[in-house]
Ligand binder design. Structure first.
Ligand SMILES: NC(=O)c1ccc[n+]([C@@H]2O[C@H](COP(=O)([O-])OP(=O)(O)OC[C@H]3O[C@@H](n4cnc5c(N)ncnc54)[C@H](O)[C@@H]3O)[C@@H](O)[C@H]2O)c1
Length: 275
């Protein structure tokens, strides 16, 4: 599958362990030029929140540059519409176009039973996981429409978009909502040749995944190893997800082979989720 000549913008992709980096790597292998974006906060802010720093984003971009086509790294907060517009303008100034948007940025570290959840937790998760993809879709689709040659938008949802999970109500609701956004955007943008799909991975041991493992292992009073072994036992393919599993699905959905697939929420879960 070749994406030679295409330009992709990927959000939340500036961390070494993250799904975003794996997605960028696979897109670059397929020949895509990449605008890698992330929050890129100063080091002092990153500790508690599991978010990426400028230094880490630049390291990731440098590593990916070795794969082939050009990679640029730009700080972008997906909650900030002005930053999104400015980033897309910078990508177009650099590469001349934008063909692919991957809405990957997300937060999943605010655990709490519903009865104890402060409204700020709810808003914080919705702002990043749902408003962010909406704003990025809005401005990327405008650019794709101006170009008039179609495009691809992929929302990284989750198994959490298909089933509930305790202590993550806002995260679960945001990912279910992301599938609704996917379907509506697919309806509105299809006539312009833009496909919009969601990819729904099950557990992947990234930064976000590790934080979840630690929380749920502690909640159940077992070790992280025991927790992961129990989870793995319930997955038909006998292992948790790898970042590459999600990245491969993204490359397929960006390719010409997927030109007639839109509005889908594709599970990449080793059979853990089947609807
Ligand atoms: N790891 C899993 O098990 C798993 C499973 C299903 C879906 N997902 C989804 O995959 C995506 C990537 O998560 P990951 O597992 O790689 O975790 P991660 O924490 O490594 O990546 C999330 C990225 O989003 C960035 N981010 C946070 N707030 C942001 C903001 N306001 N603006 C821009 N960027 C911001 C972080 O800096 C980080 O780089 C998320 O949307 C997550 O919900 C993860």
């Amino acid at each position: 599958m070749t994406l030679r000549g295409k330009v992709a913008l990927v959000t939340g992709a500036g961390r070494h362990q993250g799904l975003g980096k794996a997605i960028c790597a696979r897109l670059a292998m397929a020949g895509c030029r990449i605008a890698l974006t992330d929050l890129a906060v100063p080091q002092a802010l990153m500790e508690a929140k599991n978010i990426g720093t400028r230094a880490e984003m630049d390291e990731v971009a440098e590593e990916l540059s070795a794969i082939g086509p050009e990679v640029i790294a730009l700080p972008m907060d997906v909650r900030d519409e002005a930053q999104i517009e400015a980033t897309i303008a910078a990508v177009v100034a650099k590469f001349g176009r934008l063909d692919i948007l991957i809405n990957n940025a997300g937060i999943g570290y605010l655990f709490s039973p519903i009865t104890d959840t402060p409204a700020e937790f709810w808003r914080a998760v919705m702002d990043v996981n749902l408003m962010g993809p909406f704003l990025c879709t809005k401005h990327a689709a405008r650019q794709m429409n101006r170009q008039g040659s179609g495009g691809r938008i992929i929302n990284i949802a989750s198994q959490a978009a298909k089933s509930g999970h305790p202590h993550l109500a806002a995260y679960i609701a945001s990912k279910h909502g992301l599938v609704g956004l996917t379907r509506t955007a697919a309806l509105e943008l299809g006539s312009q040749g833009i496909t919009v799909n969601a990819v729904c991975p099950n557990h992947v041991t990234t930064g976000l995944g590790s934080v979840q493992n630690e929380y749920y292992a502690k909640l159940r009073g077992v070790s992280v190893e025991r927790y992961l072994a129990d989870m793995t036992a319930g997955i038909p393919m006998g292992r948790v997800g790898l970042p590459e599993d999600t990245a491969n699905a993204c490359v397929f959905l960006c390719s010409d082979q997927a030109a007639y697939i839109t509005g889908e929420a594709m599970n990449v879960s080793g059979g853990a989720e089947m609807h």
